[in-house]
Design a protein. Structure first.
Length: 452
């Protein structure tokens, strides 16, 4: 393939020239609409890519490549086509230069006629439109060894992701690109959890090696030595609402005082037989889910249990979440979400059902008007064959279910798009953006509907 000269603009132009050459080799030169229809993208996007005006996401780029490679046959090239690795490498090379160019280029403020301020969701949409992308944002994290957790910063402008390559990556939410280089060091196995502190100054990450790292978000440097959970992997972390405590879960919950973040002080251990991520309320309550189907509430001021355990599930609890005001607690087991009144510790409403797999995480939106449940497939026998079609299939067991909390009815159809288990999910501070990370290596942004 042709070499463009090493700059983003030159390599983008060279990539476009290669695509045009591929088009020119076809016996019947297809027009833009024919290519767009076969690739499932807009004709304007095809034009922008072929003319070197934009470098799209990998799924759009490879869709165009697969169409052009075998357009004459009436189909699209399979993932096993011998030229596919070369084109993926071409995309990757241009993408790296694109990211470097964005980091070093001075920021431009784009004025929108008739408006002086926009919410986070609107800014993301406008940024996507300026690039010529469709409003459905394409995956951002290809090639990072899976996305195992996702967290928004308190202001929503950064996303942190945990990866299988022992790294933590920050992303610019509005521009939908990497925010600098990855945070590397301290973890020697897969990073499985990330959380920002309530004030946004710290980031905690935990990994399969049982280590927890604290990072200074402003300097991007680690603080102090790695912390370790009592046993097992550090698979979930949380902060207290006052930024004073860091909690990390292995087989038990370990608690540190981080008033001096570079000198954390171990305080206590709580619970045991944990089976769900940690949930902390605005009022300082901790909810822990356990393998016997119970949920225990803890007072973070005294580290004492609050009354007896909540009993409403018949299998291990897989997820917990407090509403923003701390009055409601949602707990999940298998494919069912149970709702609790925290003050009386009693169940209310009918359980939420209809999920196709096992609920991995649940989250209330910051405004309290939506509840989401991320579903992963239940274990099942493998039925695939060696000659099975390798096209992507959107499995309903890789989905996000969304309910309105005013009525507990679905706010929209389940969100589909991942081809692997979704392990991490998070709301932005304005409650309109929802980010998901998956074992398929994709980080996706969704614009959720505003409740009526």
């Amino acid at each position: 393939m042709a070499v463009g000269g090493g700059t983003y603009q030159a390599e983008r132009a060279a990539s476009a020239a290669e695509l045009r050459r591929l088009r020119g080799l076809l016996s019947q030169r297809p027009d833009l609409k024919q290519i767009a229809d076969r690739a499932g993208v807009a004709a304007s996007t095809v034009s922008a890519v072929l003319n070197g005006k934009t470098h799209p996401g990998v799924d759009v780029y490879m869709a165009l490549v697969r169409v052009l490679l075998t357009f004459d046959t009436g189909g699209t090239a399979s993932q096993s086509h011998p030229d596919i690795p070369l084109w993926r490498e071409r995309w990757r090379r241009v993408q790296e230069l694109k990211e470097q160019d964005k980091i070093t280029r001075p920021r431009r403020q784009t004025a929108v006629p008739g408006s002086t301020a926009h919410g986070l969701a609107e800014q993301v949409v406008l940024s996507a439109m300026r690039r010529g992308d469709r409003i459905q944002m394409f995956p951002m994290a290809d090639g990072l060894g899976g996305v195992w957790d996702v967290a928004f910063s308190p202001d929503g402008r950064l996303i942190a992701t945990a990866h299988g390559l022992r790294t933590v990556q920050l992303w610019d939410t509005i521009e939908q690109r990497r925010f600098g280089s990855a945070l590397v060091g301290g973890h020697v196995e897969q990073v499985q959890t990330v959380r920002f502190s309530p004030d946004g100054k710290l980031l905690a990450s935990g990994s399969a090696d049982g280590r927890i790292m604290l990072w200074d978000v402003a300097t991007r440097q680690s603080l102090g030595e790695p912390l370790t959970v009592s046993s097992g992997r550090a698979w979930t972390v949380a902060f207290s609402p006052d930024n004073r405590l860091l909690l990390g879960a292995g087989r038990t919950v370990r608690v540190w005082n981080i008033s001096a973040p570079d000198r954390p002080e171990a305080i206590t251990k709580l619970g045991g037989n944990l089976s769900a991520g940690l949930a902390v309320s605005a009022g300082g309550l901790l909810a822990t889910g356990h393998g016997d189907g119970t949920v225990q509430l803890w007072d973070l001021a005294t580290f004492e249990k609050r009354d007896s355990a909540l009993r409403g599930h018949t299998a291990d609890v897989t997820a917990t979440a407090f509403s923003p005001d701390g009055k409601l607690l949602a707990t999940a087991s298998r494919s069912v979400v149970q709702l609790w009144d925290v003050s009386s510790q009693t169940m209310f409403s009918e359980p939420l059902t209809g999920c196709a797999g096992i609920i991995q995480t649940i989250s209330f939106s910051p405004d309290g008007r939506l509840l989401t449940a991320v579903v992963r497939p239940a274990p099942r026998a493998q039925t695939g064959t060696d000659d099975e079609d390798d096209e992507e299939i959107f499995d309903p067991a890789h989905a996000v279910h969304v309910w309105e909390t005013s009525s507990w009815i679905a706010a929209c159809a389940p969100l589909l798009g991942h081809t692997g288990a979704i392990w991490g999910a998070a709301f932005s501070s304005d409650s309109r953006l929802f980010s998901t990370g998956s074992a398929d290596g994709q980080l996706r942004l969704w614009i959720l509907p505003a409740p009526g």
